[in-house]
Design a binder for this molecule. Structure first.
Ligand code: ADP
Length: 263
């Protein structure tokens, strides 16, 4: 198993948000984490990336306990794109993405031509090349989100974790971002764990889904197993109908509004 979390617990001081979560991710998986607001999705990603320390349990990456890995080694394997990134210094986009190469540099070593090529490829893949000389603190949220994704790609990780990677993007860039992730997943066998609000996008792009409910796993499995109207109604407390997308054959969730008589 590529990533294995065993009964992990964690949160913020007395507020233990994640309770006894276990999950397994194989190499090449594209796992979507869904759940209502406050169910602990972001907190789970922070625990999986060691941004937050575990209170209980273990996380193994390629058989290694991540709590015992060196930071450089961890950053060569895992890259994380958080929901919001606060960068208040006037770094250029190019400088930020170049920081993705830090885990590979030895002490006093400067970037090589290969590092610059990797950065250029990451900038182009995320449609950020034209922004490369702009200051990060002067960009829109959507542009920043793409730049931070470019930095994560420049890290050339084996596992990429993203928290709502499309939340600030217009629909064109949303699909471009998800298609890029799908291509990296299929062609480069990059393993991806992504928190996504949109159940239908999760269904279209992920091969596995984990539904979180109040900090615990409510259901994990294929899109068909997880995205049932019973599971969604139980966790989101919302009426839905689940159809099959006629093109992809994946589950397609439709919200049901109140009828006139219920008003
Ligand atoms: P989700 O991503 O599913 O919306 P979060 O993981 O962001 O959920 O939040 C889960 C719970 O943890 C919420 O009750 C939230 O208020 C709390 N929480 C999130 N971040 C912090 C923080 N930095 N400090 C204290 N509590 C937090």
């Amino acid at each position: 198993m590529f990533l294995k979390a065993e009964k992990i617990c964690g949160g913020y001081g007395k507020n233990r948000v994640i309770q006894n979560v276990s999950l397994e991710v194989s190499k090449g998986d594209f796992l979507g984490i869904i759940g209502p607001n406050g169910s602990g999705k972001s907190t789970l990603l922070k625990l999986l990336t060691r941004v937050l320390a575990l209170e209980e349990g273990f996380i193994f990456l390629d058989g290694q306990n991540i709590a015992q890995m060196g930071l450089k080694g961890l950053c060569q394997k895992i890259a994380f794109v958080p929901q919001e990134t606060l960068i208040q210094f006037p770094f250029t986009v190019h400088e930020i993405v170049l920081m993705g190469r830090i885990p590979y540099l030895k002490r006093w070593q400067t970037e090589t031509r290969q590092d610059f090529q990797i950065v250029e490829d990451a900038l182009k893949a995320t449609d950020c090349f034209s922004l490369r000389n702009r200051q990060i603190d002067e960009l829109s949220f959507g542009e920043r989100q793409r730049v931070i994704t470019a930095k994560a790609l420049a890290q050339q990780p084996e596992l990429l974790l993203l928290d709502e990677p499309t939340s600030h993007l217009d629909i064109g860039h949303q699909i471009q971002m998800l298609n890029l992730l799908k291509t990296l997943n299929q062609d480069k066998k990059l393993t991806i764990i992504m928190v996504l609000h949109d159940l239908n996008l999760a269904s279209e792009y992920c091969n596995k889904i984990l539904l979180l409910h109040e900090g615990s796993v409510y259901k994990e499995g294929s899109c068909e197993d997880v995205l049932t109207y019973q599971n969604i109604e139980a966790v989101y407390k919302t009426l839905v109908v689940v159809h099959k997308n006629p093109i992809s054959s994946k589950p397609y969730v439709v919200l049901v509004s109140k009828t006139k008589s219920e008003k």
